[in-house]
Design a protein around this ligand. Structure first.
Ligand SMILES: [Zn+2]
Length: 356
């Protein structure tokens, strides 16, 4: 497969969709991207596994990192792609081959951007975090990701989404005493004790928290409950798994302390956690980017509620935003489709910012 990067960006997005790359099967597409970028004299191309990095080295004072994942969730009879009613239909059109097409087209056509640019195309975003290609680059070659500002081309409907909420998962455990269910007064029912936890969660009102001028909505939810072994016995243990999505101004420690506050007196075990990312909208570079986007797409800036790879850049001390074509609510959907004019408008906006 040969990719034509410099032609029509929507045709490029379609060609990317037509090269299926569910997580773990990105090699053919990564090879095609590496081959196409290596043909461009203004780029230095690097590779780690199925991640491809291409850099300009023009000696500019500042460097942007523009990244997108090339994997998708599994195909659902929606490849090859097709176009109808101003939409590109098919797996990956939204998440996120529209955004990857934007980046590949600009990587090829902007031979002298006003900032140096590191273009990153990575694997394994849609699966377990430890496989994530961007995380792997950060571990193996952190210098490849050095920069002053990062843009992830995830679908945002051509808006700019700054930062992201953090997330943590805890198990809240109740203990009881087993007894035959014919004589429950001889025991203590651990499932019944879980009602205190559920009632506290049900009554809890999640906060809206302002960080650097954006309002992040938090969420605290039970996501799983397990208890009981045999059907004629009073259970002696019950576990409620709780997920807390917390504002990027909170550390993981502060977020965990908050869960203890909401659920006092319970045994709470932290299972996993990832801090959020502050939006970093105060820098002049980001303000210039927001103006270019607004001029080309009418896009505004808002918060991201889910956790995204933006937080990986935040860990490296690089302010980062999400910006790309497509409605995130259609990501992973069987009827995934992306407005073709958004693919063009996002490409124009990002290109304009890099050539102001
Ligand atoms: Zn994505």
């Amino acid at each position: 497969m040969a990719l034509e990067l410099s032609g029509d960006v929507v045709a490029l997005a379609a060609a990317l969709c037509d090269s299926p790359s569910p997580s773990g099967e990105e090699t053919a597409l990564a090879d095609a991207i590496e081959t196409a970028l290596s043909a461009l004299p203004h780029l230095t191309v690097l590779r780690d596994g199925d991640a491809v990095v291409a850099r300009t080295d023009l000696g500019r004072a500042r460097r942007a990192v523009i990244a997108g994942h090339i994997d998708t969730v599994p195909i659902a009879s929606n490849v090859p792609s097709w176009q109808a009613d101003g939409m590109l239909w098919g797996r990956g059109s939204v998440d996120m081959k529209g955004g990857v097409a934007m980046a590949l087209h600009l990587a090829a056509t902007l031979s002298a951007p006003r900032w140096d640019v590191t273009w990153v195309f990575y694997d394994h975003e849609e699966v377990a975090a430890e496989l994530n290609g961007l995380g792997r680059i950060a571990r193996n070659h952190p210098e490849w990701l050095a920069g002053d500002f990062a843009i992830l081309g995830e679908p945002t409907g051509a808006q700019v989404e700054g930062g992201c909420n953090g997330t943590l998962r805890v198990e809240v455990r109740t203990k009881g005493v087993t007894a035959h269910s014919a004589r429950p007064w001889m025991g203590v029912n651990a499932i019944h004790k879980a009602t205190e936890i559920l009632a506290a969660l049900d009554a809890h009102e999640a906060a809206d928290i302002e960080v650097d001028g954006l309002v992040y909505r938090e969420a605290l939810s039970a996501v799983k409950i397990e208890g009981g072994r045999v059907l004629n016995s009073v259970p002696d243990s019950c576990t409620v798994t709780v997920n807390y999505r917390f504002a990027p101004s909170k550390s993981v420690e502060a977020a965990l302390a908050y869960v203890h506050e909401v659920l006092p007196g319970h045994e709470i075990v932290l299972m996993d956690a990832a801090a959020g990312a502050r939006p970093g909208l105060d820098s002049p570079a980001v303000q210039e980017f927001l103006s270019a986007v607004h001029a080309h797409t009418g896009g505004e800036v808002g918060p991201k509620y889910g956790w995204t790879d933006v937080a990986r850049f935040s860990e490296l001390g690089i302010p980062a935003v999400n910006f790309g074509p497509g409605d995130a609510l259609l990501a992973h959907a069987d009827d995934e489709r992306c407005p073709t004019d958004q693919i063009r408008a996002c490409t124009a906006a990002l290109g304009a910012w890099l050539t102001l």
